[in-house]
Design a protein. Structure first.
Length: 139
């Protein structure tokens, strides 16, 4: 006796990615998608903030330096409208002061560039496995 029991697909965790460099953005999008995440990627902070579906994501990955609005400001805007999910800042300009500022403004993890793929994948995996442990509003 054969049965046609359908298996429902599991929901892929939704991740926001904002990175102004098209090559880096596409590379990170493909990397994270290949690891099972639903990636909404944006070339600018304004594009991310204009997307009404952005509020459904469970994690933000933001570049620090971008034209117009940096990654820290993006998270501030998301927090101001009630989004309280965890966030990862990626930057080629790492410093103790930046890490302190980013942490104070609500980033759970700061990763320096050039990115080591495993560092980003591991950070996203830890956050999406238990978002509540990383979801904090800035102090």
């Amino acid at each position: 006796m054969s049965s046609n029991i359908g298996v429902l697909p599991t929901a892929r965790p939704k991740i926001l990615l904002v990175e102004d460099d098209p090559g880096v953005r596409r590379s990170l999008q493909l990397l994270l998608h290949g690891k099972g995440y639903d990636i909404r990627s944006y070339a600018s902070s304004a594009a991310l903030l204009a997307d009404p579906l952005a509020d459904e994501a469970i994690c933000l990955v933001a570049d620090y330096r971008m034209p117009g609005m940096d990654g820290i400001e993006v998270l501030r805007f998301l927090r101001a409208r009630g989004w309280q999910q965890p966030a990862i800042l990626i930057t080629a300009y790492i410093s103790p002061e930046l890490v302190e500022r980013a942490t104070k403004d609500g980033f759970s993890i700061v990763i320096d560039k050039p990115l080591r793929e495993h560092a980003l994948v591991d950070a996203v995996a830890r956050i999406t496995a238990n978002p509540a442990a990383f979801s904090t509003a800035p102090s």
